[in-house]
Design a binder for this molecule. Structure first.
Ligand code: SAH
Length: 223
């Protein structure tokens, strides 16, 4: 798909992804148009492919980011509170921030300090990014995302950008009711996307979607 869905500019990349059905929702398209992927991917920013960003991390392909945002979309409305675990480059954190607007907030958490700093620096490359950091609409913190981030809980939506070895209950606990968790989890040597819904009455419903390949959600290096 990459050959059809690349572009010479961010607008071309996003428009091509939309025209080829890899971005399905117009709100997600608009949010992705507002975030220049070249501020987050060190090279081939306008290709629909993952790129290495250092520290054993990659920025996911834009069609994967679109799919994650679309899975969470019902819980990404103006004013929503979101946690982006394994924020890496900060790209998806920025897209999520555009979806929840100035009355919402997004916390990006990563366990590698240089990546926390990278995400912050990447966002500062644009006026809107600087404003979102200054207002507190977006913040990047360092921590073990397997524990969530209690200080900002409860969340309408939690996205996990690395594959967990198990289902971490702390993440479900930190969801609002209703709220939704998007998380890749390894099962039997294969990673799958799971969507976990906490319903309005507190019931938790877990659904396994498709197989994926993510960076593992691990102990911090040297821990
Ligand atoms: N959404 C990011 C994905 C980065 S790759 C992007 O597209 O840029 C996955 C990230 O998860 C890496 O940055 C890695 O440092 C982070 N990570 C891995 N285990 C973690 C943990 N236990 N807590 C927090 N972050 C973790």
């Amino acid at each position: 798909m990459a050959w059809r869905c690349s572009g010479a500019t961010n607008a071309e990349l996003i428009t091509n992804l939309f025209n080829n059905g890899l971005i399905k929702d117009a709100r997600v398209k608009d949010a992705m148009l507002k975030v220049d992927r070249a501020h987050y991917a060190p090279n081939s920013a306008y290709e629909d492919s993952p790129q290495y960003i250092g520290h054993a991390a990659t920025i996911s392909a834009p069609h994967m980011h679109a799919s994650a945002a679309e899975s969470l979309l019902a819980h990404l409305t103006p004013g929503s509170r979101v946690l982006d675990i394994g924020s890496g480059s900060g790209y998806l954190t920025a897209v999520l921030a555009h979806l929840v607007g100035p009355s919402g907030s997004v916390v990006g958490i990563d366990h590698i300090q240089p990546l926390v700093d990278l995400a912050d620096a990447n966002m500062r490359k644009s006026e809107s990014g600087r404003e979102m950091l200054a207002s507190g609409q977006v913040r990047f913190v360092k921590g073990d995302g397997r524990l969530g981030w209690k200080e900002g809980a409860p969340y309408d939506a939690i996205h996990v950008g690395a594959a967990a070895a198990e289902h971490h209950e702390a993440l479900v606990e930190q969801l609002k009711a209703p709220g939704r968790l998007f998380v890749p989890v390894e099962e039997g040597g294969q990673q799958y996307i799971f969507v976990v819904d906490k319903k309005g009455d507190g019931r938790v419903v877990r659904e396994r979607l498709f197989a994926v390949s993510y960076v593992p959600l691990t102990d911090a290096p040297g821990a």
